[in-house]
Each structure stands twice: as structure tokens, then as C-alpha cells.
Design a protein around this ligand. Structure first.
Ligand code: BTN
Length: 270
């Protein structure tokens, strides 16, 4: 029964209505609580779930972020979901998928009339330097053409957030959005379908210019740490495969994924 502790408050019919014709590309399910929507979809992928399967959870008890971080989500404050996407044998392998998903999320924010959204390599969606959304892409073990795309989007910041988190995060509400969770989900899924079709047909090269046009750190001084790396240099953007390019005192460094962290070098913007 809707409204009980045990059922999601998400109105799936409203999501389908907002998706219109694109509703046939997705199979949306919603739960009040689970450990992690990525974990759940990875399990469903093993049992043959179809491409376009979506799981939304009002709350996660073991939500995962990049680099072993926990991802907190609370009902009404966040839109927390994962999408299973299967790429055909003829389409590009999903190696730079989290960057492609960043482009899709930024386009979705445009469609919600939110200006000024920027992307931070490899997978953060920012506004004025604050995190609006995070992306965690995981490939199905043994099937690298099936990906689970996890998205955590801040709708509003909870009152009781620790001050340091509150300063580095931002919610859609404070950017003037009055869209419902259902509308935000539908607009984001529609944008994902368009972007992932382009990615499947043309690889990341088809999306690179769009990513660069949103790049938060283009030509900025940055510091890259983690995975045995500690480099300071000027961020030159990304190559055709999505690798980060940093000009350092010891030459051009190409950073290919991995568990690294990027931030503005001390004294630099943003
Ligand atoms: C990050 O910024 O570190 C990535 C955060 C990704 C969080 C989402 S929430 C939905 C999905 N399920 C998870 O356990 N994680 C992703």
C-alpha cells in the first residue's frame, strides 16, 4: 500500500507519463529501502534483467560511492537510482561510460532550466564548485558490455548535514527547480537514452566536445592524488577515450580512470 513504511513514495505511473514514448525503453521499479541500487541491479543483471531496467530507492543502507566512499540518501532529499544498460556487440565498449553519463546528467539539468552545471573528471556533476550529483558505473562481472549506472542526485540538502559536507554539496531546490522527483527522474532517463544511443553509435569521441564544454577545471591548476599518483599541473581536458590530460613539470600525464581524486591545486580556482 502506498504511503506505508515499506513502499516507495515514487509514483511510477507519473514517471511513465512524463517519459511519454520513451517509457518503452525503461522498466522502472521503486523500493522504500535497499542496501544499494547498484548492488541490486548487478544481481538482477546476472539473472538476465533487460537493458533499461531501473531501480529507484528512497533510502539506501549501504549506498556506494567512488573510492570506497559511502553514499548517503534520504527520502525526499535525493533521487537515488540505477539503470542497467546493455551494449550490443557492434556498439562501443563502455570504457568511458561515466563521462558519457555526466554529459547526460548535465543535459538533463539544462532541460530542468538549471544553468551553470559543470563536470569534474571522472564522474561528478557540480554547480558553482559544489556537488549536485555523483555517478558510479559498474560493469557486470564477466560481461563488460553490460553496465549498471548508479546516480545519486541531490534534490535538497538535509538540515542536519555536517557543515563541511553542506559547503561542498548543493541541491536542485536551491537552484530554483520546482520539478517533482518523478519529473527529474523522467528527464534524466530521457537524457540518458539519447546520450547512450550516441555513445553506442560513436563511442566517447561523439560526446567529448560536449563534455569539454562543461569541464569545471579546463586550463586550471589541479592536483591529482591516489593510486600511487601525486601530481600538480595544468588540466588540459580529456582525450578521445576520456583519459584526463595534465601538463606537469615532468611532462604530459594521461590518467586513465582508476581511483584517483582531482581537486584545484592550492591557491587555484575553482
Ligand atoms: C560518487 O560520487 O562517489 C558516486 C556516487 C554514486 C551514488 C549512487 S546512488 C545510486 C547508486 N547506488 C549506489 O550504491 N551508488 C550509486
Amino acid at each position: 500500500m502506498a504511503g506505508t513504511l515499506y513502499e516507495s513514495s515514487l509514483d511510477i505511473a507519473a514517471v511513465a507519463a512524463a517519459l511519454g514514448k520513451l517509457a518503452r525503453r525503461f522498466d522502472v521499479d521503486a523500493v522504500a529501502e535497499c542496501d544499494s541500487t547498484n548492488s541490486r541491479l548487478l544481481t538482477l543483471a546476472e539473472t538476465g534483467a533487460a537493458s533499461g531496467s531501473v531501480l529507484v530507492s528512497d533510502r539506501q543502507t549501504a549506498g556506494r560511492g567512488r573510492r570506497g566512499h559511502t553514499w548517503h540518501s534520504a527520502p525526499d532529499d535525493s533521487l537515488t537510482f540505477s539503470v542497467l544498460w546493455r551494449f550490443g556487440p557492434e556498439s562501443s565498449a563502455p570504457t568511458a561510460l561515466s563521462l558519457a553519463v555526466g554529459v547526460a546528467l548535465a543535459d538533463a539539468m539544462d532541460n530542468l532550466r538549471i544553468d551553470g552545471v559543470a563536470l569534474k573528471w571522472p564522474n561528478d556533476v557540480l554547480h558553482a564548485g559544489r556537488k549536485l550529483a555523483g555517478i558510479l558505473v559498474e560493469l557486470q562481472p564477466g560481461n563488460t558490455r553490460s553496465a549498471v549506472i548508479g546516480v545519486g542526485l541531490n534534490l535538497r540538502l538535509p538540515e542536519n548535514l555536517p557543515a563541511d559536507v553542506a559547503q561542498t554539496a548543493i541541491g536542485l531546490d536551491s537552484l530554483g527547480s520546482r520539478a517533482s522527483r518523478e519529473e527529474v527522474l523522467a528527464i534524466t532517463l530521457a537524457s540518458l537514452a539519447r546520450t547512450l544511443d550516441n555513445y553506442a553509435a560513436g563511442g566517447f569521441a561523439a560526446l567529448r566536445a560536449a563534455w569539454l564544454s562543461r569541464h569545471a577545471f579546463q586550463n586550471q591548476s589541479v592536483r591529482i592524488t591516489g593510486d600511487g599518483v601525486d601530481s600538480v599541473g595544468t588540466c588540459l581536458g580529456i582525450d578521445q577515450d576520456g583519459a584526463l590530460l595534465v601538463a606537469t613539470a615532468s611532462g604530459l600525464k594521461k590518467i586513465i580512470g582508476g581511483e584517483v581524486s582531482l581537486r584545484a591545486a592550492a591557491g587555484a580556482l575553482p
